[in-house]
Design a protein around this ligand. Structure first.
Ligand code: C2E
Ligand code: MG
Ligand code: MG
Length: 564
């Protein structure tokens, strides 16, 4: 079984005012323990407080504090009182011995020192201490940490999580119908079973996690540093699977299952006590709901997790089934009254034929990495469709949204080049929309990628400008072609003075840096008029065109004058 204790080397403290005796003792035990030496009683207490010795070898006769007094002081300090005190003395009188035992000493080593004998005494006490420590912190049947050790570890993990704004999970696992096995097969079978369960569970943990048996058929798993509920849910699922694979014992096969309740810090509780109570409540509910399952304490977590699982499963299937579609929304030069480009916007038609908004699935796609194949699909489709439009005589640009996750992929540039090649679209007709967040982190890499895109001839737009990291420095530092004014400012610019001021400021900034400006979400002629007045002429919004499937964009384009 995995060794779950953190067991540092035992510590021995030698206290003797005779340097030679101290030296001899030290040499005789240096391979058994970490050894510290003090040459007076006062120093001994200082060293003891610092190193918490398991065994103290204590000379009785010393100037200043004598050995008895040191022993008394050690025994009255709760942090040091566990140490095994062995007196080292040249006296052999019974009253000395009685006195020493009375102070809490447990053994004697006779001077002059007989090294093998001294060593054997010390070794015996180190072994005893180790065993006592193990028993105090571990469950005798399974050897797993017990409630006390778990509590200690959990407090540490909580402290860390608080400091790092991290998350941890407490899983309370109770075997289903275990009592029936115990009653019908006898306790020795039951005990064997618990040991098996402990072994199986131990192999599933990371080094930083703790598995503990609380007594009976109840186990607790402490997962420190977890990223999300998803990961915790997946872990619980794996635990259930592992427990449900049959056990064989003395030629018989047994099937077990368990119910798990999960409490999460900080979402459910912010202290250990309530975390435990919540995990317990969730476990009880899992039993009620039919056993062999796990439940999170918080219904919010539970339902969002299930929804996410479902969504992720559907999304994977959707990629394979090809049910993603690319819609297009025209971008219009409002002054010249012509279409200059279009934005590709992904759509997902679910089983019932309804369109799912990208806002509902892109974040999860980013988290799960599914955005990589999805984004590649959109880019390829958009390039192919645009090429087709060119063949039909509509020579317009296409903008494609690129997620941070895609942009940071090592293969990103290669992917863009490959798609341009495969679709036959010349790079100057492609614009990639990234958000400010892409530029805020990993600046050097971002710059390198953008330079490479520029060299290729691909244009880059900052999408939703004004909503992200408002460091404007990057506008100068990065090779950017277009600013898209976020629709939230456009929406309220006629009623909200500060939004109008922001729009004005963005337009001025764009003009000063010679960037093209695009206003998003233009819905009314008044907004368009105001934008034109401010100096922004390229617009995108329902006023001109809603996002439509490729076949309809041709119709839209044919209703607008063509570029000269
Ligand atoms: P976005 O890139 O800012 O796209 C503009 C969004 O505004 C689109 O929402 C569009 O339908 C909507 N819109 C356009 N005109 C108007 C208007 O006049 N009024 C209002 N209220 N809305 C308007 P959509 O298609 O739901 O997309 C939402 C976001 O999802 C996009 O915001 C983009 O960030 C993301 N997205 C869409 N397609 C993709 C994709 O292929 N890849 C990635 N990574 N993200 C995508
Ligand atoms: Mg966009
Ligand atoms: Mg936008």
């Amino acid at each position: 079984m995995r060794e779950t204790t953190f067991s540092p080397a035992p510590v021995v403290l030698i206290v003797d005012d005779q340097a030679t005796d101290a030296l001899i003792l030290r040499e005789s035990v240096r391979d058994l323990a970490q050894v510290h030496v003090a040459t007076s009683g006062e120093e001994a207490l200082r060293v003891a407080r610092q190193y918490r010795p398991d065994v103290v070898l204590l000379d009785i006769e010393m100037p200043g504090m004598n050995g008895f007094e040191v022993c008394k002081a050690l025994k009255s300090d709760p942090k040091l009182s566990d140490a095994a005190v062995i007196f080292v003395t040249s006296h052999a009188q019974a009253d000395y011995e009685l006195q020493a035992l009375g102070y809490g000493g447990i053994d004697f080593i006779q001077k002059p020192l007989n090294i093998p004998v001294a060593r054997a005494h010390i070794n015996a006490h180190i072994t005893l201490r180790n065993e006592a420590k193990r028993l105090a912190n571990h469950d005798a049947l399974t050897g797993l940490p017990n409630r006390m050790l778990l509590q200690d570890r959990a407090e540490q993990a909580l402290k860390m999580a608080r400091r790092n704004r991290g998350r941890l999970a407490l899983l309370l696992l109770d075997l289903d119908n275990f009592k029936a096995i115990n009653d019908s097969m006898g306790h020795s079978v039951g005990d064997q079973m618990l040991k098996y369960v402990a072994t199986r569970l131990s192999t599933m943990l990371r080094g930083m996690d703790t598995l503990s048996r609380q007594g009976g058929d109840e186990f607790i798993i402490l997962l420190s540093e977890v990223d999300g509920f998803e990961a915790v849910g997946n872990f619980a699922e794996r635990v259930l699977t592992s427990i449900s694979s049959p056990f064989s014992l003395q030629g018989n096969r047994y099937d077990l299952s368990a119910s798990i309740g999960i409490g999460v810090f900080p979402e459910d509780s912010d202290d250990l006590e309530s975390l435990y109570r919540h995990a317990d409540a969730a476990m009880y509910q899992a039993k009620q709901a039919g056993r062999n399952r796990y439940l999170f304490f918080s219904p919010g977590i539970e339902s969002s997790m299930r929804a996410r699982h479902l969504l992720e499963r559907h999304m994977r299937a959707a990629i394979e089934d090809g049910v993603f579609e690319v819609f297009y929304q025209a971008k219009v030069d409002a002054r010249e009254h012509r279409v200059v480009g279009m934005e590709a916007l992904i759509r997902w038609r679910d089983g019932d034929g309804n369109l799912v908004s990208p806002a509902d699935f892109i974040p999860l796609a980013e988290e799960t990495g599914l955005i990589i194949p999805i984004g590649k699909y959109v880019l390829l489709q958009a390039c192919k469709d645009t090429r087709k439009l060119h063949e039909l005589g509509y020579r317009i640009c296409v903008s494609v949204n690129i997620s941070v996750v895609q942009f940071r992929e090592e293969t990103f540039l290669g992917m863009v080049k490959g798609i341009l090649h495969d679709s036959g679209l010349a790079p100057q007709w492609l614009e990639l929309e990234i958000t400010e967040g892409v530029l805020a982190r990993d600046i050097d890499n971002a710059r390198e990628t953008l330079m490479a895109l520029k060299a290729l001839g691909v244009h880059v737009a900052i999408d939703d400008f004004g909503t992200g990291y408002s460091s404007l420095a990057y506008l100068k530092r990065f090779p950017i072609d277009v600013l898209k004014i976020d629709q939230s400012f456009v929406r309220d610019m006629l009623s909200d003075k500060s939004d109008l001021a922001i729009v004005e400021a963005i337009i001025k900034l764009g003009q000063a840096l010679s960037l093209e400006l695009v206003a998003e979400g233009v819905e009314t002629p008044q907004q368009a008029e105001m934008l034109l007045e401010q100096g922004c002429r390229i617009m995108q919004g329902y006023l001109y065109c809603r996002p439509v499937p490729f076949t309809q964009i041709c119709t839209v384009l044919s209703s607008w004058p063509r570029r000269a």
